[in-house]
Design a protein around this ligand. Sequence first.
Ligand code: C2O
Ligand code: CU
Length: 551
Amino acid sequence: AQIRHYQWKVDYLYFSPDCIEKVIIAINGQYPGPTIRAHAGDTIVVELQNFLPTAGVVIHWHGIHQIGTPWFDGTAFVSQCPINPGETFTYKFIVDRAGTFFYHGHIGMQRAAGLYGSLIVDLRHGEKEPFAYDGDLRIAINDWWHRSVYDQETGLISIPFRFVGDPQSLLIEGRGRYNCSLVPTSFVLGSGDCVNCNISNPQCQPFVLPVEPGKTYRLRIANVASLSSLNFILEGHKLTIVEADGYYVDPVVVENLDLYSGETYSVLFTANQDASRNYWAAINVRGRKSSTPTGLAVLNYLLNPSSMLPSTPSPVSPAWNDFDYSLNQSKLILARKGYEVPPPAKADRELIFLTTQNKIDGRIKWAINNITYAPTSTPVLAALKYGWKKAYDLNPPPDYPSRPFNISAPPPNVNAKFGSGVYKFQFDSVVDVIIQNTNTLNPNNSEIHPWHLHGHDFWVLGHGKGVFHPATDSQSYNLKNAPLKNTVAVFPYGWVALRFRADNPGVWPFHCHIEAHLHMGMGVIFAEGWDRLPKLPKSILGCGLSKFYIP
Ligand code: C2O
Ligand code: CU
C-alpha cells in the first residue's frame, strides 16, 4: 500500500460552469476539485488550507468508512471543528475498499457552491474485476444555481420560506449550458444574468467522453447534486449496471439510469453504434416537476472531432413523476452472484423513522419522529468520548414515531421540536432502520429523500409503498442478496428498510443527502464504540466546549 499526498487550497473563484459567471468554491483553482485516485489499502493524506476569508471548511469522504479514524470523517460539529479561515488541517485516512466514491464540503451548503470531486479506489494490486472493459471513464453530475449558497441557505430558514427552486442548469463533470432564452425578461438574477452569458467560454464547453469504436467502457457516475434526482442516458447505447456505492451488483441492462444524490454507479457500455457521428450523454431531473433543461455532454467516437455536436434532440427521460419506474429500478439492484454478503438474520434493535415536514416558530423544517436536528457547537465525537454532558441533548431521540400518524395528508399538528440527541448503539449490534415517508405540508405532495449513512454500508432489505407494517413487511425482507449501499432513496408515500452492523467506533451522521433538507434539520446522529477510541487528535478540537476542556 502507498501513501498519497495532496495539498489543497480552498478558495473562492469566479467560474462559469454553465456560461454564467458566479463565485464558486474551488480547490487549487479547479472545478470540480482534483480527482483522488488510489488503490484499496492506500493512505490518503490531504493537507487543506482554507483561503475563504469568512467561512469554515470541512471535507467529507463520501463512502469511505474511516475505520479507526472517525475524526477524519469531515463533518462539521460532528467529527471535527470547522477549519477556520487561514488554517491548515491534515486529513489522513485509509481507503479500505475499492469503488467509486466522491468527496464534498459538509458545512452549510458548500457542496452546491462547487466544493466536491471524485474519489476513485481501484482494486488492490493483483485483484481482478468480475467484468472486462477497455477504458475507465468517470463523471460527477449535479444541479446548479446562479444565486449564491449563502442566499439559498438564508431563504430556507426565513419567514416566509424561500425555496432554492429549480436549478438553472444541470452539469456533467462541472459543465453545462444555461439556456438564456428561458429567462423571463422581468427576472433578475442575483449574481450574473444573461448579459454576462458567454457561450464560447472554455469553462462551459460540454464535457467530452472519448471512445474508440467497438470498445467497451466502464463509466463511473456520481450524483453529487444538491437537490435533484437525476436520470442518466447515453443516447443510442444500453447501459449494464455493474457497481453501486462500491459493491458489485448483479449485471442488469437498462436504457437509462436513475441516480439519487449521494449514490454512485458504474455502468458498462460498448461503442457499437454508427461511428461517423457523436452522441449525447444526458441528464434530466426526476422526482420533481422541473423546467431545468437537459444537461449534456458529448460521447465522442474517435476520430470524429469532439466539437462535432450531435444533431439529434436532447434525450428524454421517463416522466418526472413515474415513481413506479424509480421503484422498479431500485429493486433491480441486487448483490452480484458470488459476491453476496448476506445480512445478519435479525436485528438487535429496530428504529422506525417517521420523516415529516413541520414547522418550528413559523419556519419550515424536516423532522424525524418529530425531532429536527439542531447542530451543536461542539463536535459530538469529542462530547461523547470525553463525556461533556452540556454539549448535546442527553435525552436519546425516540426509536419510534412519537404519535399516531397518517402518511397521506399534511400533519394535523405541524409543530416539531429541535434536538441534538444521539442514537447510541451497543458496539457490534445489528440495527434496522425503517424510513417512513409522508405527505409534506402541502396536500397531495410527498418527496424523494436519499438517505446516506456515514461510516458504514447498509443492506437494503426492502422497499414498499404506503405504511410499513412491522409484522408482515419484515417477512418480505431480502436476506439473500440484499445490496450493500451507503445511500438509498425513499420514494413518495413509501418506506425503505435498512440493516447495518454498528461495528465502527465513532459518531456517524445519517441524513437526507439533499442539502436543503439537511439544512432544514433532516438528519440524526448515530454512535457506537466511542469509548474504545484513543485520545482524539487535537487538530479536530477548538470549538464549542472543546476549547475549554483540553484533553
Ligand atoms: Cu455525502 Cu453526510 O454526506
Ligand atoms: Cu430529503
